[in-house]
Design a protein around this ligand. Structure first.
Ligand SMILES: [Cu+2]
Length: 209
C-alpha cells in the first residue's frame, strides 16, 4: 500500500503518533505502513532502557507467593524483531504461554519505546482484525489499550477461568495484524504454567522472588 503521507511530512507524522494522536491516523494505515512507521521511529528515537534494566527471560514467567498464581513480565519492543512490534522478543504467536485453567495471571507490561503499544488478552481469532476486541477475561488488558502506553509500564491481572486458544495482543490499531501478538493457551490438561520461546522446549515458571 502506498503511504498517504508525503515523505517530507513523515517526521511530523511520527511526532504526532508519539504524542498519542496516532489512533485516527493509524486506522488509515495498513500493517506494512505500521511497520515502516516503527522502523523510522526506532531510527530517530531511543528506548527508555532503564524500564527494562535487569529483566531476564527468567522474569517472563514466574510463580507468585500466592497459590495458583503466576506472574508474566511482558515487554513490548524487547528487541528489534518485527520492527519492535514484539513481546519479549517474539511476534506472530511464536512465544507460547500455557496456563492451567483457573490460575490467576498477573501481568507486568513494560514498553520502553516511544511508539505506543498495549496488551490485551483476546481470543485467538481477534488477531486477524485491524482492531482487536474486548478482553476475553475480565481485567485482561492495559488501560486504554487502543491508545497504548509509551516509555512507561502498567500492570493488570485476570483469572484464566475458561480453557481455549488466546493471544496476548497489542491493542494499538493494526499492530496485532502486523504480528504484535504472542500465544496464550489455557488448558485443563497442563499441571503447571510453562513458556515456550520460539523453537526451544517449554520451560516451567521460575521460582517466586
Ligand atoms: Cu504494538
Amino acid at each position: 500500500m502506498k503511504s498517504p503521507f508525503p515523505s517530507a511530512s513523515l517526521s511530523l507524522f511520527l511526532l504526532a503518533v508519539c504524542a498519542g494522536n496516532g489512533v485516527l491516523t493509524s486506522r488509515a494505515l495498513g500493517a506494512d505502513d505500521a511497520s515502516k512507521q516503527h522502523a523510522a521511529a526506532h531510527e530517530g528515537m531511543g528506548l527508555k532502557r532503564e524500564l527494562i534494566e535487569g529483566i531476564t527471560p527468567a522474569d517472563f514467567l514466574r510463580l507468585s507467593d500466592k497459590p495458583k498464581t503466576v506472574r508474566i513480565t511482558l515487554v513490548a519492543t524487547y528487541s528489534s524483531n518485527n520492527y519492535g512490534m514484539n513481546f519479549n522478543g517474539f511476534s506472530y504467536g511464536k512465544a507460547v504461554y500455557r496456563i492451567p485453567t483457573g490460575w490467576n495471571v498477573e501481568v507486568a507490561f513494560i514498553n520502553p519505546s516511544p511508539v505506543p503499544h498495549s496488551a490485551v488478552v483476546v481470543e485467538r481469532d481477534q488477531i486477524k482484525k485491524l482492531q482487536v476486541g474486548e478482553p476475553a477475561f475480565k481485567g485482561g488488558a492495559t488501560p486504554s489499550a487502543t491508545v497504548g502506553i509509551s516509555s512507561n509500564k502498567a500492570s493488570f491481572q485476570f483469572t484464566a477461568d475458561e480453557p481455549g486458544d488466546y493471544a496476548l495482543a497489542c491493542g494499538f490499531p493494526s499492530h496485532a495484524l502486523a504480528g504484535h501478538w504472542i500465544t496464550l493457551e489455557v488448558s485443563a490438561n497442563v499441571a503447571a504454567p510453562t513458556l515456550q520461546l520460539g523453537d526451544a522446549a517449554p520451560v516451567q515458571a521460575s521460582a517466586a522472588k
